[in-house]
Design a protein around this ligand. Structure first.
Ligand code: SAM
Length: 252
């Protein structure tokens, strides 16, 4: 059926792709990808033939021309499949502008969901999962990074960051300083791959560890929400007494 199909691709292990995503790749009229080579390779691994189709390169920043080509395919009644290089498209990856353009033009947009490093890491970090905030990549420049961390500091949920191994130590030390050294945190590395590793500890401990043993490969950093000072029972009693006194005055 015509429409735009976003496809999730593996974040490490090639078999982490859904059967439905493979079905869509097998039948889509037009296939587009952030990285045409890695998608072609994935299709080969799973025995999905291209059968005369080409894989078009598409990034949101490849401009309105490339997007226009895909929208034109939708207008012609074709089905268009789009995958980013790894994980879910649109999640720190291209696809947002394409999805908007297709929806605004009135075409059906759907997804074959699958792995995303953010949720894989949240599942393993051992930090609260009831509320979380995906913060993507922090800015490169130190001042901008700290300003961003100040903004994120009061958020009442687990913070999820994508990070490059080169910057991990610097980011963790900024996080320890701005968010607080004692906040529980986790560094999740190479998820679903051979050297998958989870380091858990306070931000200060993880920052220290990143200096003594620099983490390699692909990294997600997670940080627990800040907990304000616990409310003391004696404060609650005093508040209650004050409230009761208030009432007795008004009722008298
Ligand atoms: N769209 C992808 C997703 O849904 O997770 C994310 C793409 S983003 C350009 C790449 C970043 O995701 C990496 O720098 C790393 O922070 C994180 N990442 C991707 N694969 C990972 C893995 N296997 N283990 C840990 N982090 C990963």
């Amino acid at each position: 059926t015509p429409g735009l199909y976003f496809l999730a691709t593996p974040i490490g292990t090639a078999r982490d792709i859904t059967l439905r995503a493979l079905d869509i790749l097998a039948s889509a009229d037009v296939i587009a990808a952030e990285d045409t080579r890695s998608l072609r390779h994935l299709m080969e691994i799973h025995g999905v033939p291209l059968e005369g189709r080409r894989i078009l390169a598409y990034h949101d920043h490849s401009g309105p021309g490339a997007r226009g080509q895909l929208i034109a395919a939708l207008e012609a009644g074709h089905s268009v499949a789009y995958a980013s290089e790894a994980g879910m498209p649109l999640i720190a990856d291209p696809g947002y502008d394409l999805g908007r353009a297709a929806a605004e033009a009135g075409f059906a947009v759907t997804v074959a969901p699958g792995p995303s490093a953010a949720l894989a890491a949240l599942t393993l970090a051992g930090l609260p999962t009831d509320a979380f905030f995906f913060a993507g990549f922090l800015p490169n420049a130190k001042t901008a990074r700290r300003t961003r961390l100040e903004e994120l500091k009061p958020i009442p949920g687990t913070l999820i960051f994508y990070e490059s191994p080169k910057r991990a130590a610097a980011s963790l030390s900024d996080m320890a300083e701005v968010l607080g050294p004692d906040r529980p945190a986790a560094l999740c590395r190479e998820l679903t791959k051979k050297f998958e590793e989870i380091r858990r500890g306070s931000l200060a401990e993880l920052a220290e560890g990143a200096l003594t043993e620099p983490p390699r490969g692909e990294i997600v950093i997670l940080v627990d929400r800040g907990h304000s000072e616990p409310v003391k029972a004696s404060d609650i009693e005093a508040d209650l007494r004050a409230a009761l006194e208030d009432h007795s005055v008004r009722d008298a």
